[in-house]
Ligand binder design. Sequence first.
Ligand code: ADP
Ligand code: ASP
Ligand code: MG
Length: 453
Amino acid sequence: MKVLKFGGTSVGTVESLANVKQIVEAIPESAIIVVSALGGITDRLINTARLAAADDAAYREEMEAISSRHFNVISGIVAENRRAEVISKVAHLLNDLKRIFEGISLIRHLPSQTLDLVVSFGERMSSVIVAGMIEDSTLFNSLDFIKTEEWFGKNIADQQLTSSLIRDAFSGSFNKAIVPGFISTDRNNGTITNLGRGGSDFTAALIAAALDAELLEIWTDVDGFMTADPRLIPNATVVDMMSFVESMELCTYGAKVIYPPTIYPVFHKNIPIKILNTFHPSAPGTLITDSANENEFSIKGVSILRGTSLFTIAQGSLENMPEIESRTFNSLSRRGIKVYPVASPERGGINFAVPADDRHIALNVILSEFAPDLQATPSLQPVVEDNLSTLAVVGSGLKSQPRLGARIRHSMMRAGISVKAFSEGTSDSTLSFMIDCGAANDALRIVHELVVE
Ligand code: ADP
Ligand code: ASP
Ligand code: MG
């Protein structure tokens, strides 16, 4: 059995939904179909909630626009004999949503739990529509089996519990199971949570891994995983095969094709991933497996993680560097903060990159770790540079190319782009370079031209 996931653009319009219907109904055996909210709806739900919290009456018009978008799609794609039932279910959800917005505007406050409740309506509605559209389908409720727990202020998937609940939920027979992506519930109190923006990919991967699916198909709006974001690099080409590690690195460093946590559960079970285009289903796509060309050197792509901060501790250097280094990285990892060690010959000391979202918490962790020592050793005070981007060049066998990193740095420097820090030689699949955010697009173009074109 395979698991298919259709993203927002794939379920965004009557035309794209017609493609989804054709793709799914052509599968001869049973399959699980995970769907995102209609394209753009998650952002719209967030904005509407914010308007309501600001008591801006415009939230009512937005609510109307959200309603009519769903009703238009239903009348365009759901067969007449099932339409009334789908309309009634979606109308019921929209009515609840409207009351929630009214409540938010009354109290003028939008706690994160309420925002999580609001955004859940996107996938709850789209899945009802897709289930109404596809012949012989059954709607499953992921709120019952995708479970999260709180981890230092974030909701993260409880993969063990989720896995066993998925096996129970799908133990009966079904032909096409339709599942809302992204949404989940807290394992302890049952409140509605989610897996993070782009999280429908992760829902699909958790299901594929729990059920030992033969394949996970991610259906999106491009012909496959490309050598760079085609919106920024028109010359980017589709990569026909890549390894789990390569795809994980590219996605961690900003390639939006797959939500990064998605890859771990299927990698662990060695379930291949295919990236396919809903708008061009005959294209072969990209196959991601455990071994794609891993022994040969080849560049699979270049990506950019926008918004990273560069931390430097013990600038210059201190006698007890190994101890400081281990305290730094241990304290951050205890708080669940993922950091990327980098080198900065200019600065010396210990350098690492942190995604902007984690910047404040990382700073607090470091400050409290070294608080007792700061007076005696002022250079333990971290220096943080914000508004940087990290460019990554990914491809297995990089260790066989010891001069490539320097060539890349030179080509950026020649174009006037200063590389603040970099990581070369620590990973066999990734080179990374920290540059100013404003230079990110130029750097991507220059490096793509140098290493891919
Ligand atoms: P979905 O709504 O289907 O989940 P996303 O917008 O999350 O789709 O991801 C697909 C988009 O990812 C593409 O439209 C493309 O602009 C972007 N993207 C970024 N990097 C890459 C890459 N290396 N290869 C292909 N697409 C990429
Ligand atoms: N609808 C959610 C989002 O826009 C989840 C997803 O599309 O995967 O982030
Ligand atoms: Mg996505």
